[in-house]
Each structure stands twice: as structure tokens, then as C-alpha cells.
Write a protein that binds this ligand. Structure first.
Ligand SMILES: [Zn+2]
Length: 71
């Protein structure tokens, strides 16, 4: 399974079955590998952003800057 998880608040956003995994990974590798994270269980986690965090980032962009510093 590929799990979509918010990289800001760790909320699980959703999962997609393995049938679409290859396409998804290929798609993501074209964009940004940093958001791909393989877990010990052999699943792939995609670090993305949930609606809630996206909204707060839009309202408080300085918070995003701070978090980037910490990484
Ligand atoms: Zn979030």
C-alpha cells in the first residue's frame, strides 16, 4: 500500500492499493523524491500536506519557513 501522510501533522490522508503504486512512485520520482519514504513493513509513505495544514500555511507562511529550517 501507499499511504499518504501529512508531513506537518502526521495525519493519514489516504491509501492507494499496490496496483497503482508503480505509477504513483514513477510520478513522484519525476517530481520530488524527498516526499517518498519507505517503511520497514515494505509500504511506501508519501509525505504530502493535508487540507488543514495547507490552509494554515496559506494563512501563516512564516510557520512553513520555520519548519523548513528545522529539517
Ligand atoms: Zn496536516
Amino acid at each position: 500500500m501507499v499511504t499518504y501522510r501529512c508531513r506537518h501533522c502526521s495525519t493519514e490522508i489516504g491509501m492507494i492499493p499496490f496496483a497503482s503504486v508503480k505509477e504513483t512512485i514513477a510520478e513522484l520520482q519525476r517530481t520530488d523524491r524527498r516526499f517518498l519514504h519507505e517503511t520497514d513493513e515494505g509500504t511506501v509513505e508519501v509525505r504530502c500536506i493535508c487540507d488543514q495544514c495547507e490552509q494554515s500555511l496559506r494563512e501563516f507562511p512564516e510557520y512553513y519557513t520555520v519548519e523548513k529550517w528545522l529539517q
